[in-house]
Ligand binder design. Structure first.
Ligand code: G3H
Ligand code: ZN
Length: 284
């Protein structure tokens, strides 16, 4: 069923695993991720960036596409449709009104007081519709669609505690050294802060920039209260590699199903691997 993230993440935190947020870029991504979740009996979060929402046609198209696939595929595991890095109250409201079950309001580039104010407004509207809310503090490095950072700023544990108390959010993404897109070298995650923030807030924590984080760091993050891990780039890299291989092997291919079908299979395999790594398999 389509659900918010709230119960999914509470259970994940209590049972020490993480639910994957896998970003959808088109129909094939959505098919692959839903199939992987059902095959693994895993809860799943479909991440939709504002850019991906535009690409697909709009938030309403996203919701109807997901609903249609869930019916045709007989999906029984919990699925959330989540706005990734929502840039304003209006964008969050648009997603909620279109039928998203969860939103992230990313007001992390605003001042702390403004972040609290915007996030509170989103929480009030979202909760009145049964929709869950993720907020961010600090800066995730790298770039994802419209979200560009020119540095990495670690979240401040005191501010995290205050933001959670004053806004009533359902999960928190404290930026602690993670990066959107591939890492240059090994990531340097702030585990000390992660532990402090997890303990002080009691919130399920979210780890952005899940691509390229070594398994030992994933496991340590989960042990410190991380209950949601976002992955996008890894599926893009693995599926594009498949497209290149198919086209290179046969220059006469022109039917899109001949290269997008295998790319979809690659995404499914990549997602299944992540679900096992995050421990969410068989938890639905
Ligand atoms: O919000 C989405 C994620 O943080 C994705 O990060 O593309 O590095 O896996 P990634
Ligand atoms: Zn992110």
């Amino acid at each position: 069923p389509l659900v918010s993230m709230t119960e999914m993440l509470k259970k994940a935190k209590a049972e020490h695993y993480a639910v994957g947020q896998f970003n959808i870029n088109n129909l094939e991504y959505t098919q692959a991720i839903l199939q992987a979740a059902e095959a693994e009996k895993s809860p799943v979060i479909l991440g939709v960036s504002e850019g991906a929402g535009r690409y697909i046609g709009g938030f309403k198209t996203v919701v109807k596409m997901v609903e249609g696939l869930m019916e045709d595929y007989n999906i029984t595991v919990p699925v959330a449709i989540h706005l990734d890095h929502g840039s304003s109250f209006d964008k969050c409201k648009q997603a909620i009104d279109a039928g998203f079950t969860s939103v992230m309001i990313d007001a992390s580039h605003h001042s702390f007081e403004e972040n609290v104010e915007i996030t509170s407004k989103v929480v009030e509207y979202a909760h009145s519709k049964g929709v869950s809310v993720e907020a961010e503090l600090g800066t995730v490095g790298g770039q994802e669609d419209d979200v560009v950072a020119d540095g990495v700023i670690y979240a401040d544990p005191k501010e995290c505690e205050e933001l959670v108390k004053r806004t009533g959010i359902d999960c928190l993404a404290p930026a602690l050294g993670s990066v959107h897109g591939p890492y240059k070298g090994e990531p340097n995650l702030g585990f000390k802060e992660m532990e402090e923030i997890g303990n002080a807030t009691g919130m399920p924590l979210v780890l952005h920039g899940g691509t390229g984080i070594p398994t030992k760091d994933i496991q340590r993050s989960i042990s410190l209260g991380t209950a949601k891990i976002n992955v996008n780039t890894e599926n893009q890299i693995s599926s594009t590699k498949t497209v290149r291989e198919v086209l290179a092997a046969d220059p006469n291919v022109y039917d899109p199903r001949k290269y997008l079908g295998p790319a979809r299979e690659t995404i499914k395999e990549t997602v299944i691997g992540k679900m096992r790594e995050f421990g969410s398999s068989q938890k639905a």
